[in-house]
Design a protein around this ligand. Sequence first.
Ligand code: ATP
Ligand code: MG
Length: 433
Amino acid sequence: MTHRVLRRAGIVITGTEVLTGAVQDRNGPWLSEQLAALGVEPAHILVVGDRPRDIAAALRFMAQERVDLIVTSGGLGPTADDLTAQVVGEFQGREMTLDEPLRGRIAEILKPLAERHPHLDRDAIEEGNRKQATIPAGSTVLEPVGTAPGLLVAPVDAVSEHPPIVVLPGPPRELQPMWERALRDGSLHAAVPRGQVARVRTLRLFGIPESEIALTLREAHRAGVEMSQLEVTTCLRGGEIEVVTRFEPAAQPVYEAFEGIVAGRHADTLYSRDGSTVDEQLAVLLNGSTRRTVAVAESCTGGLLLGRLTSRPGASAYVVGGVVAYSNEVKIAEAGVPRETIERHGAVSEQVARALADGVRERMDADVGVGVTGIAGPGGGSEEKPVGLVWVSVSDSGGSSLTRSVRLPGNRADVRDRAVTVAMHMLRRTLSG
Ligand code: ATP
Ligand code: MG
């Protein structure tokens, strides 16, 4: 980008359990998206343990980086090891004080808990309550979703070069509603700098190598598109290429010229211009005005395709069912594959993939059938049928069918996941005609 008008934010994730990998961070990515949607660019995410000096160091780093806002997650619990509020208070030059009305409100939240568990130690509850209600003087309270209040802590004048800090609880089921509520009721806006909202557009392609996109970027540059006004990131993910472009609203025509060049060069592999995923597109195609039902027969993917197809709410409207036909006997008995087809061509073959798709479609009375058979590895490959070879077939009750093989890279898990993605795209292609 030529000049920066976007505001930047830093995210500090606290929690030894996240740092050690025992719990996977769900707050960093979520906050990052939320900030981007507000036009604030997430500049850094730091993960630190529950140690005050490490939390303070992360805050210092963010301030040195001149971010316009810091958001923290975690460490607001009632126990003595949850110290984020105190560290943030000190960093912003604010004394810790007991907020008596807040203590009362937390006590109300705790009442039913104490009644349900009469053996709990009242003094310990009371002490935890006081700890959670002890906050940096002058900060704004975000009302608890669980028992922990969130905070907006601006710096005192003496440290006014520090950015404001939004302090949120660690559990995602508390952090997310708290953020959303603070956004709705306007309390976040006091802290969140109103950056210029960047536009973000996502293109998705399937079936080409990343190097082709690199060529297209150079081509766009040569064609006179002012690429310096666009921040383009390409990401190869599970066999798909995602091209994400951020730009200032004034650069919209530049983006459109770029998108036109991508669409022209990759007409056959660019399947999404609005950021929609293949899963979303399939749901729309199956659920559309001419509703169509699908059934699957899976060998090497072991049910992963059916899992992915049914992961969206409302899938029961168009997914009939499926079989995991792993052994030859099950392929014959449950998916209707003729025994001689397996004997003549082998279980991993074009003919068996086709028979799986036809068989499951007929047996389950679906409009479309999908068959998958392949060699996921690491063993079981041969020169003729190497590890990673997967046959996918899609058969339509209208009589058309699409069958092809792919040679997928990676380990067993990669091959299985990629095979599912290939099947999703072939299904999409069949349904969209
Ligand atoms: P409390 O201690 O009252 O639960 P807290 O604000 O102190 O609240 P933590 O103790 O840091 O929160 O985290 C509580 C639990 O929330 C963790 O055990 C973990 O399961 C979940 N959690 C915390 N941070 C994250 C995170 N970044 N991503 C996913 N889960 C998290
Ligand atoms: Mg904690």
